[in-house]
Design a protein around this ligand. Structure first.
Ligand SMILES: Nc1ncnc2c1ncn2[C@@H]1O[C@H](COP(=O)(O)OP(=O)(O)OP(=O)(O)O)[C@@H](O)[C@H]1O
Ligand SMILES: [Mg+2]
Length: 327
């Protein structure tokens, strides 16, 4: 008998090399059962490489990993029985309908015809796909396709779910719909590890965030801890008249203990804030009192670029990708 693991995913010192390129330089993290962890990082950080090792599709050159209590290297079959993976590339068959895809997967997982059909109906309903269930998957929109991918992944009710960039390329509405679906799944106790390039997505979904860059974990914690490290929310004002930008920046800077960033091109001034909505209200009143016309005033999150700038001292590097693209 296996005791139930405290951690659904446990990675220790994972190293992966591709020729002379090291994609993972000793990555450690642990995901408690029933929680959500987001692996956040830019293109080429090593996210897919880590997911492939944890889902037994690839093997590490050093280090160990356990998923659902089983070793990914020596107990692959047990691991595969307990996990689901929605890969970065779509996994469903475009030449089948949504319903046929789910039905087929159910039968592959030995649910039996009647049970597989019931499960397909239920999943189409849960993922708001009932109306399009009988259309070919290749004719689905990007958002519908991602929802179908996800439904296909959970046909067999996996304990641990891996999603590799589930919302990349989706518009904001499709992204929000997918997030809602993921909330339901997590509410039912599924452990979830997802990768993403969006800080906003990691914050929205994850209990814990693991930031990776160039194959190394550079920060780890819940979103509050992480945001504290990168300076938290920011207050931003966009003024109507460029001539009033400097005055607005001065007002924004009152009581702030960080420098106000002024961008003349977008007529905006931005400053980190810790007091959130209270600061927003105070600034709003002060701007009005000063007779400054405002196009936009609000709180914004630091971008992934800003997180990386703070954590690594350098912006997200695209040089490597550029080189590869022009080769
Ligand atoms: N099969 C492979 N052969 C050679 N190099 C590889 C291979 N797979 C990944 N790499 C390299 O390893 C590094 C990490 O790649 P990986 O795909 O894990 O990044 P990622 O974080 O998933 O990026 P993205 O956000 O673009 O999906 C990259 O430099 C990539 O070029
Ligand atoms: Mg990837």
């Amino acid at each position: 008998m296996t005791s139930s693991p405290t951690y659904a995913i446990e990675a220790k010192g994972l190293v992966k090399r591709f020729g002379d390129k090291t994609a993972l330089h000793g990555v450690d993290f642990a995901v408690p059962a029933g929680t959500v962890t987001a692996v956040l990082g830019p293109n080429g950080a090593g996210k897919t490489t880590a997911v492939r090792i944890l889902t037994t599709l690839s093997s590490a050159d050093a280090g160990t990993a356990k998923v659902a209590g089983f070793d990914v290297a020596s107990q692959g079959t047990q691991v595969r029985r307990r996990i689901g993976l929605t890969a970065q590339e779509a996994t469903v068959d475009g030449l089948l309908t949504g319903r046929e895809n789910l039905q087929m997967l159910g039968e592959l997982h030995h649910l039996g015809k009647a049970e597989a059909s019931k499960r397909a109906d239920q999943l189409l309903e849960d993922f708001s796909l009932s109306d399009s269930g009988d259309r070919l998957a290749r004719d689905y929109s990007g958002g519908m396709r991602r929802r179908l991918d996800l439904a296909a992944t959970i046909v067999a009710r996996p304990e641990v779910l891996f999603l590799d960039e589930p919302t990349t390329g989706l518009d904001p509405r499709a992204r929000a719909e997918l997030w809602d679906v993921l909330d339901q799944l997590v509410g039912r106790g599924t452990t979830l590890m997802l990768t993403t390039q969006y800080l906003e997505e990691a914050e929205r979904l994850a209990d814990d965030i693991v930031v990776i860059d160039h194959g190394r974990v550079i920060a780890q914690g819940d979103s509050r801890e992480l945001k504290r490290r990168v300076g938290g929310d920011q207050l931003q004002v966009v003024v109507r008249e460029a001539a009033q930008l400097e005055h607005a920046a001065k007002i924004l800077g009152r009581g702030a203990n960080a420098e106000v960033q002024v961008d003349e091109g977008s007529r905006s001034a931005t400053v980190p804030t810790r007091s959130g909505v209270a600061a927003l209200a105070a600034v709003s009143v002060a701007l009005a009192d000063a007779g400054i016309e405002v196009d936009d005033l609000g709180m914004r999150q630091p971008t992934l670029d800003e997180v990386f700038l703070t954590l690594t001292g350098s912006p997200v590097e695209n040089a490597e990708e550029l080189q590869e693209a022009t080769r």
